[in-house]
Unconditional design. Structure first.
Length: 553
């Protein structure tokens, strides 16, 4: 690669919501922005987490200079421990973001070996011929930063996630004047988030949620359970304030809720009066009208606290008739079914459930169309790259950019891994690097591929049929009747005739192969799979996984 060349690419975060990761490379210097994760959908059976494929970074270890993190949400920091297990990279983040990352690194045993560096909107960093500075934005978590890269090929701005909230709960105002100054000096490339590019108008202020939260607390006459994103520290503070107003003790359910509250309290981002926090076991013994509970699970995650409460399987607390449950978060697209199931179960328990957009207990942390246009107007980019969104969101963001004067020929809708290159003042889309997704399953990282997932889907759909065969080592004859076992395919006790036919078919197939002198195990297993598969589909219209087990005696 020529020394003068600038490359910009996403390794995650375009054509998708989640696992945000981008990099900027000039000459022999690579700077990585964010390293997030996302949760799997229902088709990815058994997968715990999805993180970006970092093969390109691993192939260029000598050029990596820094990982800069824009803010502390999981879709921007969730993949960091898995990245740092593969490469050692200095990390730069704001105060709260750093606190949340430290918590993750402790869990993974990486804290001591990682170089952690605190930055703020006044920080300036230099990596080779790249100078990096920052500006404050606001979002649904404190300490969010936009990033400015000054390179010999021009200025590159990455907005991070943002909205323009003029009455922020924590008084962290967006650096509008600084953004305007950056735009006046000239921005070559703007990378701006696209989450709400389809939504007209402005996103309401987080402060509006506080009044509705207090009203809901005042109307409740028994226990209150509030489920929201643990990382939405502004929302957590407003829940605390409502509990203080109504004289309630506060309990926490869910590991991420406990962790975020602890870090936020320690760093001064969350103010909870002395003695207000109680353990769930203690809260369960208090009079119902004196208790409020903050819990995880607003997205319907099966193992999260709210789901366990709705299923009456939480060992620490339970929901009783007359309790109030507040869902202070809207479902992320794809999670609606799980959330609806939980709401149904809560109603069955007799709870009063307040949820959905009409409840006014949630506002987005992302800017809507007018705010996206404001960012474009402030920055006045020559070239524009919409990021952080599904394709339709990127498309709508492109239309907004054209509406405020950006040349349509200078807007790039990229896929993960596709490169925008600037060399000698000439900008073009050129080639791609390896990009994709890596599945985390338990302790395994990247060891689950399409074949394993296909097998899991087949097992979940039609079960498995195992046939155990004992053969003579001397002449290959069948010594005993085949032993066939069904798991998730048919109920054996009600299918005696079918099981007998299966065993007879296995015996007849083996006898035919023995006469034809086709005694290789691989050939025998494949023939049995094909023969049984065809027979079972004709009889049941199901396709179970078939596992022949051959034992020679």
């Amino acid at each position: 690669m020529a020394e003068e060349r600038l490359w910009i690419a996403a390794l995650g975060g375009v054509h998708e919501i989640g696992k945000n990761m981008y990099f900027l490379q000039y000459g022999d210097d690579i700077i990585v922005i964010d390293c997030g994760s996302k949760f799997p959908d229902e088709s990815l059976l058994g997968i715990d987490l999805i993180i970006p494929d970092v093969a390109y970074l691993l192939n260029n270890l000598d050029k990596l200079r820094a990982l800069i993190v824009t803010h502390g949400h999981e879709d921007h920091i969730g993949g960091i421990p898995y990245l740092l297990k593969q490469l050692n990279l200095p990390l730069y983040a704001s105060r709260l973001t750093l606190g949340l990352i430290e918590n993750k690194l402790k869990e993974h045993g990486l804290l001591r070996q990682t170089s952690l560096n605190r930055i703020d909107s006044d920080s300036v960093l230099t990596f080779g011929s790249i100078s990096v500075s920052f500006f404050n934005t606001n979002h649904s978590i404190p300490d969010c930063l936009g990033v400015v890269f000054d390179t010999p090929e021009g200025t590159v701005v990455h907005t991070g996630d943002f909205k323009f909230d003029m009455t922020p709960v924590n008084r962290q105002y967006p650096d509008i004047h600084k953004m305007a100054d950056i735009g006046k000096k000239g921005v070559r490339f703007l990378l701006s988030e696209s989450t709400n590019a389809e939504r007209p108008g402005f996103t309401p202020s987080e402060k509006l949620v506080g009044a509705h939260m207090e009203e809901a607390f005042q109307k409740a006459d028994r226990r209150i359970f509030v489920s929201t994103f643990a990382s939405n520290v502004h929302r957590l503070q407003q829940i605390v304030d409502a509990a203080v107003l109504t004289g309630r003790k506060l309990a926490l359910l869910g590991r991420s809720m406990v962790n975020v509250v602890a870090v936020s309290q320690e760093l001064g981002y969350l103010n909870i009066p002395e003695g207000m926090l109680v353990e769930p076991a203690e809260a369960a013994k208090l009079p119902p009208h004196e208790v409020a509970v903050m819990c995880t699970g607003s997205q319907g995650e099966p193992m999260a606290a709210l789901s366990r409460l709705a299923n009456s399987s939480n060992r620490q607390m339970s929901i009783s008739a007359g309790d109030t449950v507040l869902l202070a978060a809207n479902p992320i697209p794809g999670n609606e079914r799980n959330v609806s199931r939980i709401v149904d179960n809560l109603y069955i328990l007799g709870a009063k459930v307040i949820y959905g957009s009409r409840s006014e207990l949630h506002v987005s942390g992302h800017g809507s169309q007018e705010e996206l246009k404001l960012m474009l107007t402030l920055m006045k980019p020559e070239y524009f790259i919409p990021i952080h969104g599904e394709y339709r969101m990127l498309h709508h963001h492109r239309l907004l950019a054209e509406a405020v004067g950006v040349d349509g020929d200078k807007i790039f809708l990229l896929k993960n891994g596709e490169l925008v290159e600037s060399s000698g003042g000439v900008v073009r889309q050129s080639g791609r690097v390896t990009a994709g997704q890596i599945f985390v399953d338990g302790l395994g990282i990247g060891d689950i591929g399409n074949v394993v997932l296909r097998d899991r889907r087949q097992l979940s759909a039609d079960g498995v049929l195992i046939t155990v065969i004992t053969l003579s080592q001397a002449d290959g004859r069948l010594l005993n009747e085949p032993d066939t076992i069904s798991r998730g395919f048919i109920y054996v006790r009600n299918s005696d005739t079918l099981m007998e036919e299966i065993n007879q078919l296995v015996a007849a197939t083996l006898e035919k192969m023995n006469k034809a002198d086709l005694g290789q195990w691989s050939i025998m297993k494949q023939t049995l799979k094909e023969t049984l598969g065809k027979f079972l589909y004709e009889r049941t219209k199901r396709r179970p996984m078939i596992l022949p087990i051959i034992i020679e005696v």
